[in-house]
Design a protein around this ligand. Structure first.
Ligand SMILES: Nc1ncnc2c1ncn2[C@@H]1O[C@H](COP(=O)(O)OP(=O)(O)OP(=O)(O)O)[C@@H](O)[C@H]1O
Ligand SMILES: [Mg+2]
Length: 506
C-alpha cells in the first residue's frame, strides 16, 4: 500500500543524472532516470509520478516539450515539474512553462538543501493526494457495498452522489445524468409534495425512517419503495447534506399480501370446518328426535303426550342452539359500519358485564376482585360490544377455573381479577384468572374462529375471535399471557379518543 513515490529525473548528461540521483536518494523515493525525452516517455508509461526534475536543454526533445507532452495526457493527474537549468530562467517565456506544469526552476549550480526542501514539499502534497484518494475510495466502496440505494444531496435537494444500487433500483445506467440535478427528477410529480415533507421533517428531527413511496423506473414501470432520510452533520457544524436510503420493497409487499391471503384462506377453511361441525351436532339431534317421533307414530298410530313434549323440547333446544351459533357468526362477520359510536368509560361496560354473570360466580365459589381506576378517560366505540367482550373473557376465566378444579381433583381458591387503568393515551383492561391456563403451543390457536377446547355444545370457539374483532374496530389490541396450570391474563388496550360533539348521533 505504502509504495515509495516515483520521481522522474531527465537529463541528457549521465553525470547530471547521477548527481541529481545522489542528491535526492536520502528522501526514500523511487527514482526513474532517463537520458532523453523519448526514453522518459517510455519509462513512465502507466506509472504514477509524484514529481519530475527535467533538464531544459536536451537534443531532439527539449524539457519544455517533454513537460507539455506529459501534462497533456488527461489520463494522469497534473505532474509538478522542477526545471533544472544552467540559465537564468527569467530569460524564458515563463507563461509557456507554467502552462505545461513547470512550477519551479532550479539553477545550476544549486544548493542541495534548497532542492531537497522544494522536493519535500511536493512529496508531502503527493502523500496528501494519495490519502484523500484512499479515503474517497473507501467512501465509494462503502457507498456501493450497501445493499440499499444511497443518494447524497445538499439541503436544497441537489444530488451530489448516487450509489450503484440506486442505479440498479431505478434501472438507470448513467449516474452523471443525475448528479447536480434536483432529487425530484427521480420521483414522479405526484410524490413531490411528500418528498419535500420528508426533507423538511428530516431537517427538523435529523432522521425520518421507512416512508413508503411509489416510484418509477427508467422503463416507466412502478415499484413500491421504502425511504429513510438522515441529516448529515459533522460534530459542532451546521448540517450540510441529506442521505436518502432507498429500498425496493415491491417483492416484500407482494409476499406479505400473499401471506395475508393464505392466512385468510386458511382461517376461512378452519372456520368452514368449525361451522359445519357446530351445525351438524344440533341438526343430528333434531333429525334423530324427529325420526324417533315418526317411528313412534308408525308403531302405535298415536303418541304419548309426555314423550312428544320431551322430544319437541329437545328439538326446540337444538334449534335455539343453531340460532345461537348463527347469531354468533353474524356478530363475527359484522363490521363497525352502521354502529353508532360514542364516547364511554370502559368501567361502565365492565360493571354491566360483571353484573350479568356475578350471580354464577358466587354460586360457583369464584371470587371476583375488581380494581377500577375511576379517573380514566373515555374511549370511542360501542359500549354494548365491549360488554360482550368482557362477558366472554369472564366466562372463559370461569371455565378455566372449573377446568383446573377438575384437573386438580380438589377445591382451590378460585380468583378472577379485573382491572382497568390508563397509561399515557391508552386504556388497559386486564382479566386475570388462576385457572387451567393455555398450553404454549395452543396460544396462537385460541383466537382462531371455532377453536375451542370445551366439550361439545358448551363453547362455539368464537368468543375470543369476536373479541379481537371488536377491539380491533376500536383501534385497540388484545394480548394473551398464559401459563399452563397457573393461570391466564388477557390484556385489552384501547386508545383514548374524544369524539367531537360527544355522545351525539351521527
Ligand atoms: N382464561 C382462559 N384460560 C384458559 N383457556 C382459555 C381462556 N380463555 C380462552 N381459553 C381457551 O381458548 C379457547 C377459545 O376461547 P373462545 O372464547 O374463543 O371460545 P370458547 O370459550 O371455547 O367458546 P365461546 O364461543 O362460547 O366463547 C377456549 O376453548 C379455551 O381453550
Ligand atoms: Mg369463550
Amino acid at each position: 500500500m505504502d509504495a515509495k513515490p516515483n520521481v522522474l529525473v531527465v537529463d541528457d548528461l549521465e553525470l547530471n543524472v547521477s548527481y541529481l540521483e545522489e542528491v535526492i536518494r536520502p528522501l526514500n523515493v523511487n527514482i526513474i532516470t532517463a537520458l532523453s525525452g523519448k526514453e522518459a516517455l517510455q519509462k513512465i508509461r502507466g506509472i504514477e509520478l509524484a514529481l519530475a526534475l527535467i533538464d531544459v536543454q536536451m537534443p531532439e526533445m527539449d524539457g519544455l516539450e517533454l513537460a507539455s507532452i506529459i501534462n497533456a495526457d488527461r489520463t494522469r493527474d497534473l505532474l509538478p515539474i522542477i526545471f533544472v537549468t544552467a540559465h537564468a530562467y527569467n530569460e524564458f517565456h515563463l507563461d509557456k512553462y507554467y502552462e505545461s506544469g513547470i512550477i519551479d526552476f532550479i539553477i545550476k549550480p544549486f544548493q542541495r538543501s534548497v532542492l531537497l526542501s522544494k522536493i519535500k514539499i511536493l512529496l508531502e502534497l503527493h502523500r496528501q493526494k494519495i490519502r484523500i484518494r484512499e479515503s474517497e475510495r473507501i467512501y465509494r466502496t462503502l457507498l456501493n457495498a450497501s445493499p440499499e440505494g444511497i443518494i447524497i444531496m445538499d439541503l436544497n435537494g441537489e444530488i451530489n452522489e448516487i450509489s450503484e444500487m440506486t442505479l440498479k433500483i431505478f434501472g438507470i445506467t448513467n449516474k452523471n445524468e443525475f448528479i447536480g440535478k434536483h432529487i425530484h427528477c427521480l420521483f414522479p410529480p405526484e410524490e413531490h409534495t411528500r418528498l419535500m415533507e420528508v426533507m423538511g421533517r428530516t431537517r427538523l428531527d435529523g432522521l425520518t425512517q421507512n416512508i413508503e413511496f411509489i416510484l418509477t423506473k427508467a422503463d416507466q414501470s412502478q415499484f413500491i419503495s421504502e425511504i429513510s432520510m438522515k441529516l448529515i452533520q459533522e460534530e459542532g457544524q451546521i448540517p450540510g447534506a441529506f442521505m436518502a436510503i432507498i429500498r425496493n420493497i415491491s417483492s416484500r409487499k407482494k409476499m406479505e399480501q400473499q401471506l395475508i391471503h393464505t392466512e385468510r384462506l386458511a382461517s376461512l377453511g378452519e372456520m368452514a370446518a368449525g361451522i359445519a361441525h357446530e351445525i351438524n351436532q344440533p341438526l343430528n339431534t333434531i333429525s334423530l328426535g324427529l325420526e324417533n317421533l315418526f317411528i313412534e307414530i308408525k308403531k302405535n298410530k298415536t303418541i304419548d303426550e309426555v314423550y312428544l313434549l320431551r322430544k319437541a323440547n329437545k328439538i326446540f333446544d337444538n334449534i335455539a342452539r343453531l340460532d345461537y351459533i348463527i347469531d354468533h357468526i353474524r356478530t363475527f362477520s359484522r363490521s363497525n359500519d352502521g354502529d353508532v359510536l360514542s364516547n364511554f368509560n370502559v368501567n361502565e361496560s365492565i360493571r354491566e358485564g360483571v353484573s350479568m354473570i356475578s350471580g354464577q360466580f358466587v354460586h360457583k365459589g369464584i371470587e371476583l376482585i375488581p380494581h377500577f381506576d375511576e379517573n380514566i378517560q373515555p374511549v370511542l366505540g360501542n359500549s354494548y360490544k365491549l360488554e360482550q367482550v368482557i362477558i366472554n373473557l369472564l366466562i372463559n376465566a370461569k371455565d378455566a377455573l372449573e377446568e383446573k378444579q377438575k384437573y386438580l381433583k380438589r377445591d382451590f381458591q378460585k380468583i378472577i381479577e379485573i382491572t382497568s387503568y390508563q397509561k399515557e393515551n391508552s386504556i388497559f383492561i386486564e382479566v386475570k384468572d388462576n385457572g387451567i391456563g393455555i398450553k404454549p403451543d395452543l396460544l396462537d390457536k385460541v383466537i382462531i374462529p371455532f377453536y375451542t377446547t370445551k366439550e361439545a355444545g358448551k363453547g362455539t370457539g368464537l368468543g375470543l375471535s369476536i373479541s379481537f374483532g371488536i377491539i380491533n374496530e376500536m383501534n385497540g389490541n388484545i394480548d394473551i399471557k398464559s401459563e399452563w396450570s397457573v393461570g391466564t391474563m388477557i390484556q385489552i388496550m384501547i386508545p383514548v379518543v374524544f369524539k367531537e360533539g360527544n355522545e351525539s348521533h351521527e
